[in-house]
Design a protein around this ligand. Structure first.
Ligand code: NDP
Length: 329
């Protein structure tokens, strides 16, 4: 009898009605790839919530094991870079969308998709960062490349109490930025200040239709919300500033004008974590391990078991999750 392991499987019937089940799989059920990994930790990202609830077309091949990121140990490898026993991280590359993902005891993927677990980090730490935290780091790196250093002025972080937002605040504050956190959950102000926010503002200040230009309030920012929020953030960015746009928790539209770009020289920096090249990933994970305080990481994350994944997926799309959720497999 081959070894079995538990997995979450998202399926569709002939009427395209989605169902989610916990099943037993064997390695023969996994998809093509040259490295098989024992999944030790994973996480519940906003995208995983969309995949499990079916709220947006994240899953594009059925049946599919969702879960866009994991950390674990290589069990077998035919890839020259990886050997049995290596500790690895995976984010993106269509895993959990078109390729069986993290919500299973084992995963088989292409070795080219993997990066090594940074020294000093456990699988649990890496998933407390997860795709959300690595995306926050990509956003900070984009701001730095644009010359948005702490001396240029404050930076705003929207969706502050979410995963991307919480990690962005921690990293930016450790780097010496004056961070303005925007949240719809005012009760989370003490948490945000604990992470390093210097000021907390209400989501309402940024959620109404934006004027082409408004009073200059920040030199840069990390936006995980999109829609009117991003439009307002841009209209309030000071001359020559830049905003890293990485999310759509408030909507995919951008009801803005060209005014911030052509009258204030503001830049909009697009952030994609899924197809980011390996060199960029390696640098982002190096920076995460250097710039993110592991103590803050434990403040902004909580741990659940495999059995809690489906409930957490519903909670994250309803905006009920604070910070990051780590799944101990
Ligand atoms: P979370 O759900 O953890 O955080 C999103 C936060 O956005 C919420 O906590 C809430 O923050 C705020 N929010 C939610 N709904 C609304 C709304 N209707 N209007 C305004 N604010 C809202 O998700 P993640 O942090 O994991 O991801 C954030 C976004 O970034 C998602 O859209 C995700 O798809 C995207 N993303 C993109 C990546 C990329 O490669 N570009 C990679 C990873 C994530 P608060 O309660 O503080 O207001």
């Amino acid at each position: 009898m081959p070894d079995t392991f538990k997995a979450i499987l998202v399926s569709r019937d002939a009427e395209k009605k989605q169902s989610v089940d916990v099943v037993d799989l064997t390695e023969a059920d996994l998809m093509e790839g040259d490295v098989t990994v024992a999944v030790e930790a994973t996480t519940v990202n906003y995208k995983d919530g969309l995949a499990i609830t079916g709220k947006a077309p994240v899953v594009r091949r059925w049946p599919l094991v969702p879960g866009i990121d994991f950390a674990g140990t290589v069990i077998s490898s035919a890839h020259p870079d990886w050997r049995k026993g290596d500790h690895v991280i995976l984010n993106g590359w269509g895993v959990g969308e078109t390729h069986h993902g993290a919500y299973a005891g084992r995963a088989r993927v292409k070795g080219d998709w993997l990066v090594p677990l940074p020294e000093g980090m456990s699988a649990h730490d890496a998933m407390a960062v997860g795709t959300a935290g690595y995306t926050a780091m990509l956003s900070v790196m984009a701001l730095e490349r644009h010359g948005i250093v702490p001396d240029r002025g404050p930076v705003v972080v929207t969706g502050a109490a979410g995963g991307v937002g919480s990690v962005a605040i921690s990293i930016l504050s450790s780097l010496g930025y004056h961070v303005i956190a925007s949240t719809g959950r005012n009760a989370e102000s003490p948490y945000l200040i604990d992470l390093g926010a210097a000021e907390v503002i209400s989501r309402e200040e940024l959620s109404q239709p934006a004027k082409p230009l408004a009073k200059e309030r920040w030199a840069g920012g990390v936006d995980s919300v999109g829609s009117h929020t991003l439009a307002n953030v841009l209209s309030m960015t000071s001359y020559g500033g830049a905003i890293a746009a990485c999310g759509l928790a408030g909507g995919m539209d951008l009801p803005s004008s060209v005014a911030p770009f052509i009258l204030r020289g503001v830049s909009l920096l697009g952030i994609d974590s899924v197809m980011a090249p390996k060199q960029v990933r390696l640098e982002a994970w190096r920076r995460v391990s250097a710039d993110l305080d592991l103590e803050k990481l434990s403040t902004l994350s909580r741990t659940i078991g495999f059995d809690g994944i489906i409930d957490a997926a519903h909670d994250i799309v309803e905006g009920r999750i604070r910070g990051r959720v780590v799944v101990d497999m």
